[in-house]
Design a binder for this molecule. Structure first.
Ligand code: HEM
Length: 492
């Protein structure tokens, strides 16, 4: 018996070794054929576990300097380099050809990594969490619901913005606009998706709506930690996260069940509140035409809520953070918006506001983590990407490349987007991602952000900065300001 086990163990070892050798030979042949050269490597004690880098990353996260650390590495080691952190190999790049390859040319060869494992308990399987055929199916269900007419419901935005304006003090006291923007985008996104807003700007403490908002935030804030744990996430017990997911699901299921009861599959146009009145566009009602599976409905709605809510709030917060410190930009923007004579803008008017567009372009770089170049001493040869390696790119650093954006790349200068300056960054400007997985909510976000800015500028004569500190990062799934946006608004 002992002999048999021994022989079996030896056989298995030989088999394992043979597999390794074959894959090594295949890799070597592939590299030779394609002229791959090794990429730059960040010096590490060992590149097996990468504990030194893990510690450095944790420290940078604590001191809120992750973005600057990444920038320093790109400045020091070039546009493409590799690193091992907590047992995982990463190739980091801000080489546009590489990013285009991953997101578009060789799109099918790359996946989302462990997103489904980390996000699954909250979001299930939807457009934001799946790959391959399942993602294609989700995308085909979701995408048609983002056409121009459906995202431009400015009357609905107006209702929410008025609630926000009502919460801004006019007696010169300080307000944190960032907090209000996160409430605003939660309210407008839930209205658009569910047909019922959670009205966090006005909801009372202890209401189911308020509870939903709180629990969604809590669950979402744990997703980054879960992503970092990767395959080991099942070892990590997080009771608060489990409870939050349950509360969020119950809230959404309740809305979906009501919609399923009311909406006749043949005539899903009818309102879900049963009045039969023609209604505003509701994403859920449209989805009911394509599927009546309650789990799929819940998953897609939550996937979009997660993808669309913080991102837009972050964009608004970045913009007002800058505006509070740059009266020159505020005045230029105000001059453009004053030409509307206080009228509410419609969709086309919004699109025609050129300076607003440049401003949003300049603000829009909240990085979301995710190769033909990068190898050899000059970084121009192809780089081999071993299976399982994570390819990451930093839009924060890429959007500050001096060779693309000019010597003043680090300055905040909306004018760089004026056509006469000739800036055409192509794949070097990716706030909304690129390729088949490009953001479906881009128009929704730009319309909401643009409309909010116009209405705020029409309402207030100016703003005073009430935060003497420098901007610091608050890097979760999206990027916002670590100290909020503390200002006083000056009434007109
Ligand atoms: C300023 C605001 C926004 C920014 C900067 C932004 C950016 C992005 C980026 C970078 C991605 C790719 C993420 C990845 O796969 O890692 C993405 C995907 C996505 N976004 Fe947005 N987004 C914004 C607003 C919105 C809004 C308002 C919605 C919906 C209402 C939305 C819905 C989605 C969806 C559903 C995806 C997944 C698409 C797919 O994988 O096929 N986004 N967005």
């Amino acid at each position: 018996m002992g002999d048999k086990i021994y022989t079996l163990a030896i056989l298995l070892a030989i088999l394992f070794l043979a597999k390794q050798i074959i894959s090594y030979i295949k890799e070597a042949r592939f590299k030779r054929q394609h002229g791959c050269k090794p990429e730059a490597k960040i010096p590490q004690w060992e590149r097996f576990i990468g504990y030194d880098m893990y510690k450095i990353q944790v420290e940078a996260s604590k001191s809120k300097t992750l973005l600057e650390t990444a920038k320093w590495r790109y400045d020091t080691y070039g546009l493409t380099w590799s690193i091992v952190v907590a047992g995982r190999g990463f190739i980091n790049t801000i080489e546009t050809e590489n990013i285009k390859t991953v997101l578009s040319v060789n799109f099918k060869e790359y996946g989302l990594g462990g997103r489904l494992v980390a996000f699954g308990p909250l979001l299930g399987r939807g457009i934001f969490t799946t790959d391959g055929a399942q993602w294609e199916h989700s995308r085909s269900l979701v995408r048609p619901n983002f056409t121009r007419s459906q995202v431009a419901d400015l009357d609905t935005f107006e209702t929410h913005i008025q609630k926000l304006i009502a919460k801004v003090p006019t007696d010169g006291s300080t307000v944190d606009l960032q907090k209000l923007f996160f409430q605003l985008t939660l309210d407008s996104a839930t209205q658009f998706l569910f047909g019922e807003s959670v009205s966090s700007l006005t909801s009372t403490e202890g209401s189911v709506q308020e509870q939903f908002g709180k629990m969604f935030d809590l669950a979402q804030n744990r997703l980054l930690r879960r992503t970092r744990l990767a395959k080991l996430v099942w070892l990590y017990k997080d009771k608060d996260f489990d409870i939050a997911c349950k509360v969020v699901h119950e809230f959404v299921d309740n809305i979906i069940n009501k919609a399923l009861e009311k909406a006749d599959p043949i005539d899903a146009e009818k309102s879900i509140d049963g009045t039969g009145e023609p209604e505003r566009y509701i994403f859920l009602t449209e989805m009911l035409k394509a599927t009546r599976d309650p789990i799929q409905l819940r998953d897609e709605l939550l996937n979009i809520l997660l993808a669309g809510r913080d991102t837009t709030a972050s964009l608004l917060s970045h913009t007002f953070h800058v505006l509070a410190r740059r009266p020159d930009i505020w005045n230029k923007l105000k001059a453009e918006i004053d030409e509307l004579n206080g009228e509410k803008p419609d969709y086309d008017t919004l699109r025609d506001l050129k300076y607003l567009k440049y401003l949003l372009n300049e603000c829009n770089s909240p990085p979301l983590p995710l190769l033909p170049r990068g190898g050899g001493p000059n970084g121009v040869s192809p780089v081999f990407v071993p299976k399982g390696t994570l390819v990451a790119y930093s839009t924060y650093v890429m959007h500050r490349r001096k060779d693309i954006y000019g010597a003043d790349a680090e300055e905040f200068r909306p004018e760089r987007w004026a056509p006469e300056e000739g800036l055409r960054p192509g794949w070097a400007y990716l706030p909304f991602n690129g390729g088949p997985r490009i953001c479906v909510g881009q128009q929704f976000a730009l319309t909401e952000a643009g409309y909010t800015i116009v209405r705020m500028v029409q309402q207030f004569a100016g703003m005073e900065n009430r935060d003497p500190t420098e901007w610091v990062e608050n890097l979760a799934l999206t990027l916002s300001s670590g100290h909020g946006v503390k200002v006083a608004m000056v009434p007109r």
